[in-house]
Design a protein around this ligand. Structure first.
Ligand SMILES: [Cu+2]
Length: 136
């Protein structure tokens, strides 16, 4: 019976000890999340967006991403399956419209801008996406 009591006391001590340790951890966590919020504010200069861009294949992907990676754009990644371009950019340097104009200039329709006809006609055969389907 005595050993049981000792075990219970020991367990209690462990539980209580862990508790106060957990509280200590909570405080440090709070501090950490505060720091995180601060750094988030500093990061608020970039904007993430997904833009529909019509195209077909991997060379479309290369062309679209290259056109989208202008000054102020930190990330441009196009998916040939979903036809969605994920961009991360600095809104103080460039707008979503500007990025889409750049893409339209190399021959790809975007959700807001129709591709330049000449640029489209110069695209390789595999890249000639269905324009009728692109623009409703
Ligand atoms: Cu292509």
């Amino acid at each position: 019976m005595k050993t049981v009591k000792i075990i219970v006391v020991a367990l209690l001590a462990v539980v209580l000890g862990t508790n106060s340790y957990a509280q200590m951890m909570d405080h440090s966590k709070m501090d950490m999340s505060k720091n995180k919020a601060d750094s988030k504010m500093a990061m608020a200069t970039t904007k993430s967006e997904t833009i529909k861009v019509w195209g077909n294949c991997e060379s479309c992907q290369t062309r679209i991403e290259k056109a989208a990676k202008v000054n102020g754009v930190t990330k441009a990644s196009w998916d040939s399956e979903t036809k969605m371009l994920a961009v991360v950019y600095d809104p103080s340097k460039i707008t979503s419209d500007d990025i889409q104009k750049k893409i339209a200039a190399v021959g790809h329709d975007t959700e807001k801008y129709k591709a330049d006809d000449k640029a489209y006609s110069k695209l390789p055969g595999c890249c000639k996406y269905d324009r009728a389907a692109a623009k409703k």
